[in-house]
Design a protein around this ligand. Structure first.
Ligand SMILES: Cc1ncc(COP(=O)(O)O)c(C=O)c1O
Length: 398
């Protein structure tokens, strides 16, 4: 067996289930789940219809590179959204959701010839758990870059020792961030890219929340824009990950794409061909419809904004919590043990959230998720309001 499997930590939801085991919450309150990051808004009808219409195309094997029309729709969206031009031939690849892509990309990128110096995959801390698993299974050392209120939830790249940069092969960025909601600026990403040039590593920018942001006039930038601004005309060293799961509320469609440096996309495509991860043709055709339409994404965004507007006035008098720049989480500082908080909230209010420490790792500077919890605003507006009221009751009770 692959011994590296033993390195994998229990997934946060497994730990959460253990934390809740044996507790009987009040039966009079219906359960509200705010622990998972699964969008719950109704999927756009036109995407469902496109999928239905195309089901007859299940009769043939899809190719790993995807349909030219799919790649073109992704490239066209990138151009509309970020004002960058990518050649759909060689710079864009469909993936079955970004989760599998974030994992498999690292398997394809991390070198296998090292004997003395273990490669590093650097990532923000807290982080989307796949980054760490991908690094460990590729034989790399995950290095955690703490994101805290003190650094506005942005990794301090200048604090990373040169020796770590020298071993670094992949740097993960996540913008807007899960769970912090922090958006990285173009300047930040340009600096990251300058470091990548200097120390010869690749940047994997997880931008799956790029369409969920607070300010309609300030959409989060992409690493691709930073590459263009740094004169990387072929997006050298850069790969971005985009998804329909959050943008279009279709997490079950399993549809996303990666885009960027053709010198990285080419070996990654070879890896995927062997791995066997082609996207079914009906999924691609429904995805084209979704990527071609921006109006439904704006409606989706407005729904999240409404939730923040309704929930925050209830919570802010009792909790240190702010509206994030992007994504759909609250990441409050609860100033107490996050496991006990989560457990007691469930026990008294039948409401499930996630302890922040489950999403981060211990470092010499501590666990940056400690004393924080992640609250997902994925439920319908009324349910989110009810949940906020329950949290307030919980905090106000003696
Ligand atoms: C930061 C981040 N990246 C990637 C994903 C994976 O999304 P998908 O595989 O649905 O594209 C998630 C899902 O929650 C996420 O939070």
């Amino acid at each position: 067996m692959n011994q590296r499997l033993e390195l994998l930590a229990a997934y946060p939801f497994e730990r959460l289930a253990r934390l809740k085991a044996g507790i009987t919450p009040p039966a009079l309150l219906a359960h509200i789940a705010m622990s998972i990051g699964e969008p719950k808004h109704a999927p756009p009808q036109f995407v469902i219809e496109a999928l239905r219409r195309e089901l007859g195309k299940l009769d043939s094997y899809p190719v790993t590179a995807g349909l030219p029309e799919m790649r073109a729709a992704c490239a066209a969206w990138l151009e509309r959204r970020f004002n960058v031009r990518l050649n759909p031939e060689g710079m864009v690849l469909p993936v079955n959701g970004t989760r599998e892509a974030l994992f498999s990309f690292v398997q394809a990128m991390v070198s296998t010839t090292h004997t003395v110096r273990q490669p590093v995959v650097a990532m923000p801390n807290p982080f989307y758990q796949i980054y760490e698993g991908a690094a460990l299974l590729a034989g790399a050392e995950p290095v955690f870059l703490n994101t805290t209120a003190g650094n506005r939830f942005q990794p301090d790249l200048d604090a990373v020792p040169v020796d770590v940069w020298k071993r670094c092969e992949v740097l993960f960025l996540c913008t807007p961030g899960n769970p912090t909601g922090s958006v990285l600026s173009l300047e930040f990403m340009r600096h990251a890219l300058a470091l990548a040039d200097k120390h010869d590593f690749v940047i994997a920018s997880d931008e799956c929340y790029a369409e969920l942001y607070r300010d309609e006039h300030a959409p989060p930038p992409s690493l691709l824009q930073a590459a263009a601004a740094n004169g990387h005309d072929a997006f050298q060293r850069c790969v971005v990950f985009h998804s329909l799961s959050k943008r279009s509320s279709v997490p079950g469609l399993r549809s996303g794409f990666v885009a960027g440096d053709p010198a990285l996309i080419k070996p990654y495509l070879l890896y995927r061909t062997y791995h066997g991860s082609a996207m079914p043709v009906p999924t691609q055709l429904a995805s084209i419809a979704a990527w071609n339409d921006d109006a439904h994404a704006a409606v989706n965004r407005a729904l999240y904004r409404e939730k923040y507007a309704r929930v925050l006035p209830i919570l802010q008098p009792v909790l240190d919590v702010v509206e994030p720049d992007g994504a759909f989480y609250l990441w409050p500082d609860i100033q107490r043990d996050d496991e006990a908080f989560t457990r007691d909230l469930y026990a008294t209010q039948n409401l499930t959230i996630l302890p922040g420490s489950y999403l981060a790792r211990d470092t010499r500077a501590g666990n940056p998720g400690r004393h924080r919890v992640r609250i997902s605003l994925v439920a319908p507006v009324d349910e989110c309001v009810q949940a906020a009221q329950r949290i307030r009751t919980f905090l106000e009770s003696p």
